[in-house]
Design a protein around this ligand. Structure first.
Ligand SMILES: Nc1ncnc2c1ncn2[C@@H]1O[C@H](COP(=O)(O)OP(=O)(O)OP(=O)(O)O)[C@@H](O)[C@H]1O
Ligand SMILES: [Mg+2]
Length: 465
């Protein structure tokens, strides 16, 4: 059978620094491949290369063939004709796939109308059906900015796949989704893979298991191990794959639960909080006391109001009822949040180093604290030379954590703080956050869709919805 997608000896360089080296793979109809691997391994770069969307500053060698045609020989117009029809991408950041000014239903209907030339009525009906299929039947009239991170992710999935493309590339399509929704998206991808072929990037081993097909493990720009999903996930042969698979939260020791000890005096107290969004009640009569150094979990389905609660606690969003009291005498900037979508926290085009320098200057912080913090987060200092859109999703997530910790927070609302990290790095980062909570008495409100992670790290858990 002729492959739909064939990659031979693909390498990508930034100057003389390789980001991806000598990668070859092919996918025929009915095949699924899931790529697991270290944050910064070059996974998203691979997907960008297949789409023909590498930034001009990067240089690629080797060949990529779609339906037997070499991408390098296609004009920009021919390439664009493939998008949505033959080749569809779900980018790592769902917001990048959505038009911020177009309502959810329209975003999907447009694909049916423009790509498949359906009349408006049929396109709208198909869009409604697709949205209902991912639990978004109520969200058709919403703008992307009114959706939660997980809802935006599901909307992006519908918009990307509506054109019926046979080659689907999905970059971490289930991050931040609760287990049921995650399994549902994995099932949709598995089915897409029966009609055409699917290449998925994920840090979630369960997603790889459910999609099935083959698994490829990558690290440092190189493929390490490839084989049938069951084989790689159950009996990996390389040391790195073994460690990666062992590092899933289900295997973390529970000892970390003891990390928070007895909660200290309150840093934050909320009484009778209520919030509605677009006619839906998110919560009502909610009381919460968070003590210094306490690690508290916050869980609930995608779209239930976790991020909204965080914004209310931080004074970024007004509640419909109730009050929030922060401890007196503590500077406002020490109450912080880690955004669910790290790009939301950084100016896109300014070198990260300049953003850090501004922060150090503004708050008169000791600049010598930055290098050890970066090292602890396994971030190379040269990353700071680039702007946010030129580092990987997981690198940016860790840079956001470094920036928050520099400010010595007393309360940190950590909204899915490890959603873009491989299990090994995720474990290290969670350990860092819990030790900051213990050593510096910073209260941590940890949002996660992963019950195993929350259970291992938090003594007390608040469930919304
Ligand atoms: N435009 C760019 N210029 C220079 N380096 C880049 C650029 N874009 C990405 N990189 C670097 O290339 C490496 C691979 O990036 P990539 O985004 O592919 O990682 P990834 O495997 O997707 O990681 P993650 O799991 O964190 O998303 C990273 O070290 C990143 O900093
Ligand atoms: Mg990536």
């Amino acid at each position: 059978m002729k492959p739909l997608l064939r990659i031979e000896n693909l390498s990508v360089y930034a100057g003389d620094r390789p980001l991806l080296e000598n990668l070859s793979l092919s996918l025929c109809r009915g095949e699924r491949l899931t790529i697991l691997g270290e944050t910064g391994a070059g996974k998203s770069i691979l997907i960008q290369a297949i789409m023909g969307l590498l930034p001009p500053s990067l240089r690629a060698s080797g060949s990529i063939q779609i339906d037997g045609r070499d991408l390098a020989t296609l004009s920009r117009r021919e390439l664009e004709c493939l998008w949505g029809r033959r080749l569809a991408m779900l980018p790592q950041e769902p917001w990048h796939a959505l038009d911020p000014l177009m309502r959810a239903g329209r975003q999907v209907a447009e694909v049916y109308a423009c790509v498949l030339r359906q009349d408006a009525e049929r396109a709208a009906a198909n869009a409604r059906r697709d949205l209902a299929g991912v639990g978004l039947e109520q969200a058709g009239d919403k703008l992307p900015g009114q959706l939660s991170g997980g809802m935006a992710q599901r909307l992006a999935f519908c918009a990307a796949t509506a054109g019926g493309a046979q080659i689907v590339l999905a970059d971490e399509p289930t991050k931040g989704l609760d287990a049921d929704r995650r399994d549902h998206i994995a099932e949709l991808l598995r089915r897409k893979g029966e009609e055409g072929c699917v290449l998925t990037i994920s840090h979630d081993l369960e997603v790889a298991r459910r999609i099935g097909g083959r698994v490829l493990v990558m690290r440092g720009g190189r493929p390490l191990e490839e084989g049938p999903a069951e084989q790689v996930l159950n009996a990996p042969t390389t040391d790195y794959s073994c460690r990666l698979i062992q590092a899933a939260p289900g295997h973390w020791p529970r000892i970390e639960r003891r990390a928070d000890g007895e909660p200290g005096p309150a840093v934050l107290e909320a009484r009778g909080l209520a919030k509605r969004h677009g006619g839906k009640r998110l919560f009502q009569g909610l009381d919460l006391r968070v003590g210094r150094g306490e690690i508290l979990g916050l869980v609930g389905d995608s779209g239930c109001g976790k991020s909204s609660l965080g914004d209310i606690l931080l004074g970024l969003l007004a509640p419909d009822a109730g009050q929030v009291a922060r401890a007196p005498g503590i500077a406002r900037h020490r109450y912080l949040k880690l955004y669910q979508d790290p790009p939301a926290a950084f100016a896109a085009d300014i070198p990260l180093g300049r953003l850090f320098a501004d922060l150090l200057r503004l708050h008169r912080l000791d600049a010598s604290r930055l290098p050890p913090l970066l090292e602890r987060l396994r971030l190379h200092p040269t990353l700071l030379e680039r702007p946010a859109h030129e580092v990987s999703g997981g690198e940016l997530q860790r840079l956001a954590i470094a920036r928050a910790l520099l400010l010595e927070p007393v309360f940190l609302f950590a909204d899915e703080p490890v959603s873009r990290l491989d299990p090994i790095t995720a474990r290290e980062v969670v350990q860092l956050l819990t030790s900051v909570a213990t050593e510096h008495r910073c209260a941590l409100l940890l949002v996660s869709h992963d019950p195993e992670l929350v259970e291992r790290v938090c003594k007390r858990t608040l469930r919304l919805g």
